[in-house]
Design a protein around this ligand. Structure first.
Ligand code: ZN
Length: 80
């Protein structure tokens, strides 16, 4: 559904690897934490940034999508 609707508006859909650690990656410095249980909604990164789990994940997914779009970086899963 997302793909045909994107087509209506001339947009590009980029799928990000389902195992990309979007929540566990700090959206400021890029560090990946080893553990981040689901009940932890806000966390402080080693760099001092305080992240809302979902907002940080959204920023990371956007950044990865833009990287794929610009560079063809190897984070895009195979499409059928
Ligand atoms: Zn950080």
């Amino acid at each position: 559904m997302v793909e045909y609707k994107a087509g209506w508006y001339g947009r590009t859909v980029i799928a990000v690897d389902r195992f990309y650690p979007s929540s566990k990656t700090g959206s400021v410095c890029g560090v990946v934490v080893a553990e981040l249980p689901l009940h932890v909604r806000e966390w402080e990164c080693a760099c001092g940034a305080v992240h809302d789990r979902d907002v940080s994940a959204a920023k990371n997914v956007l950044a990865v999508g833009l990287a794929v779009s610009a560079c063809g970086e190897g984070v895009r899963p195979p499409r059928c």
